[in-house]
Unconditional design. Structure first.
Length: 343
């Protein structure tokens, strides 16, 4: 089968690989029907993800049809349409029981798919612990509607969930890319008074105005003066989804005292907390990688018409042209937000 693999630092290659097989009774094999390219894939390509294994098939956001299921798999059967969770988790360890599935202690736990084990920019993928890592797609939900369940929407849902948002709050989201968009969709479920998306790229601000007019958009230069004029001198919650030195600083600067600052961005270098400058602001920082434990709820919200991330799919490519898809996605040209890859 065809698979997009991490050849070496700086290089992905489309290669032929054998079709995956079940490794154990809790595995499933999924025939991929739609996949996407994520910014994390670019981080792997650039060598910024040390645990990514050279030779691995990349791609961790995809949907498909169960082709084979091991003897202990109970929740899905061959023929079921499924979305794949970016995180592999057992559901049984201390961390899983607390909902912290990103820290699952199973040998394949955490972000494995498309990083440490073969992922979904391919025709088939093996899914370990299939009962927790696959969510069935209901009839009436298309592959494109379901595509972002396991990664982008999981990230947005988790970030909004831990941001301590109360009705009537002002929520600032830094970064108007795909993560920012899915985060804004999920923040709106918490009924804040205002959702403000800070994005430097005017084309992306226009994308929000067109597809999510419930959110206000500002440039980075406008964000701080705007938030300073707010009733309590800043945002009640800030979600940082941009991942630069400047956006990290802007996140805590725009927060009101005692606000929650959620860092979901994946930085390629260390950031510093200038504690003397922020002394007395009494901020709560929450950091790190998504706990993708809410895929069932997300799928139900998609089916109910309450979460729709399909506008993000601005471009579509067959798997054979994934190199071109990567070029476009990494360049940001043509107003690209997300590309869907069709095996
Ligand atoms: Zn991702
Ligand atoms: Zn676990």
């Amino acid at each position: 089968m065809l698979a997009c693999t991490y050849a070496e630092k700086g290089k992905f290659a489309l290669t032929q690989k054998p079709e995956p097989v079940l490794h154990g009774p809790r595995d499933a094999v999924v025939r991929v029907t739609l996949s996407s390219i994520c910014t994390s894939d670019l981080h792997i390509r650039s060598g910024a993800v040390p645990r990514a294994v050279p030779g691995v098939t990349v791609g961790h956001e995809f949907v498909g049809i169960v082709e084979k299921a091991g003897g202990q798999v109970k929740h899905v059967r061959p023929g079921d349409r499924v979305a794949v969770n970016v995180e592999t988790f057992c559901g049984e360890c201390f961390f899983c029981k607390n909902g912290w599935v990103n820290n699952c202690t199973h040998p394949e736990g955490g972000w494995s798919i498309g990083c440490r084990i073969d992922g979904g920019q391919a025709q088939f993928a093996r899914i370990p612990l299939a009962d927790t890592n696959l969510v069935r797609i209901p009839d009436g939900v298309s592959d494109e509607q379901a595509l972002f369940t396991g990664d982008l929407l999981s990230t947005g849902y988790w970030a909004a969930g831990i941001a301590n948002i109360r009705r009537g709050d002002i929520v600032l989201i830094i970064g108007g890319g795909p993560t920012g968009y899915c985060t804004a969709l999920c923040v709106l479920l918490h009924a804040p008074a205002r959702v403000i998306v800070c994005e430097k790229n005017a084309v992306r601000r226009e994308f929000f105005r067109k597809h999510l007019p419930q959110a206000e958009t500002v440039s980075p230069e406008e964000a701080l003066p705007l938030l300073r004029r707010a009733e309590h001198g800043g945002a009640d919650a800030v979600i940082e989804a941009a991942g630069t030195k400047e956006s990290f600083r802007l996140a805590w600067e725009c927060a009101r005292p005692n606000a929650t600052v959620v860092i979901v961005a994946m930085y390629e270098e260390a950031q510093t907390l200038p504690l003397p400058e922020m002394y007395g602001k009494n901020l709560v920082f929450k950091t790190g990688g998504v706990d993708g434990c809410d895929c069932e709820k997300i799928m139900a919200l998609i089916a109910a018409g309450k979460l729709d991330a399909t506008p993000l799919i601005t471009h579509r490519f067959p798997l054979e042209q994934i190199g071109t898809a990567y070029d476009l996605f990494s360049s940001g040209r043509e107003g690209v937000m997300k590309v869907a890859v069709i095996p």
